[in-house]
Design a protein around this ligand. Structure first.
Ligand SMILES: [Zn+2]
Ligand SMILES: [Zn+2]
Length: 339
């Protein structure tokens, strides 16, 4: 089969590679759609928990073309998506319902071969039926699951006022979850007008231009909307300089969610006095844990709209163009690869 391979960091190839074969409990999936994620750029740079050589691609959907002898509920021709996270089931964390911290954590497209390829193999227990959802929409199940996980960690209460930094695909899904989850005020901030327009279309009460070099001005504008600060502030940019300034916008007793993935060794400065006086809770959100069912239900019901988030689509052989746009364009949202 044809696949994109990262032999090592900062290097990719489009080449022939053996088609993976399903074991007795596995299914073979012909990939129809795979989203390019900010995490894929971190992996390309050799960061996160990636292992090389690697076929990347972890947000995908496709058609089942072969099933192992011990697979009964999934048939050839089924339209599916896959929970890419793989847990050992035996470690301290797996035995305490915290499988996403598994000491032997593996992930399709991150630590083992993924879906920027014609085929991928997955264990039957990780396969989800997408029914009539389009393949492109279904490839959002994984990133939406991560957004749901973060949202659940916040424990959002009805009527809350929420601020999201970053109007990329993750920020725009978090924004929709906030609207859907009874928040009384949903504000999104980004330095790009195209993305802000999209945020307004998707229900933001305020979509605020926030130049990342002028934090004093940003604070002033955002506190003008919510003078006491926001019950919940979410960083969906992964930029330490943005995260550092989020704390000042959290209301007393509020929570700050670190959702965007920052470079492994980055640091931020914070004011411990303010943190203490204002009793601010800082929460990290790492991937997802059994959130696929909820994500699929929201997508199937049309409550979270992801079609407007797709700005580019490329065949597998044009992966280079996708990577280029992912690295340089400020106006891109989700880039989809259709092998
Ligand atoms: Zn992703
Ligand atoms: Zn484990």
């Amino acid at each position: 089969m044809k696949a994109i391979i990262y032999p090592k960091p900062h290097c990719w190839k489009y080449q022939d590679t053996p088609t993976p074969q399903p074991g007795p409990e596995d299914v073979l999936i012909r990939i129809k759609s795979c989203g390019v994620c900010a995490t894929d750029l971190h992996i390309y740079n050799g960061e996160f928990i990636s292992r090389f050589p690697l076929v990347p691609g972890h947000e995908f959907s496709g058609e089942v073309t072969k099933v192992g002898d011990k697979v009964e509920d999934i048939k050839v021709g089924d339209r599916v998506t896959v929970d890419n996270a793989i847990y050992c089931g035996n470690c301290e964390f797996c035995r305490n319902n915290k499988e996403h911290f598994c000491l032997n954590f593996r992930s399709i497209g991150v630590t083992q071969n993924g879906a920027f390829a014609e085929y991928v193999v997955a264990h039957k227990s990780h396969v989800y039926d997408i029914e009539n959802l389009s393949y492109d929409e279904a490839s959002f199940t994984e990133p939406l699951s991560c957004a749901i996980h973060g949202f659940k960690l916040l424990g959002v209460t009805p009527g809350a006022q929420i601020l999201v930094f970053g109007a990329g695909p993750a920020g725009l899904m978090l924004l929709q979850l906030a609207k859907y989850g009874d928040c009384s005020l949903v504000v999104i901030a980004d330095p790009n007008y195209c993305k802000l327009d999209k945020a307004k279309e998707l229900g933001a009460d305020f979509a605020i231009f926030a130049d990342r070099s002028d934090h004093v001005k940003n604070r002033e504008v955002l506190l003008n909307i919510a003078p006491l600060g926001y019950d919940y502030v979410i960083d969906a940019t992964g930029k330490p300089e943005v995260q550092e300034n989020c704390l000042w916008l959290v209301k007393k007793g509020g929570k700050f969610l670190v959702f965007g993935l920052a470079p492994n060794k980055s640091t931020v400065r914070m004011n411990p006095y303010e943190l203490l006086i204002r009793e601010i809770t800082i929460i990290g959100s790492n991937c997802q844990l059994y959130d696929f069912s909820a994500a699929l239900k929201l997508l199937k019901a049309g409550l979270i709209k992801v079609r407007p988030l797709i700005t580019h689509k490329f065949p597998l052989e044009e992966f280079g163009k996708a990577l280029e746009i992912a690295q340089t364009s400020h106006e891109k949202l989700k880039i989809i690869i259709n092998p």
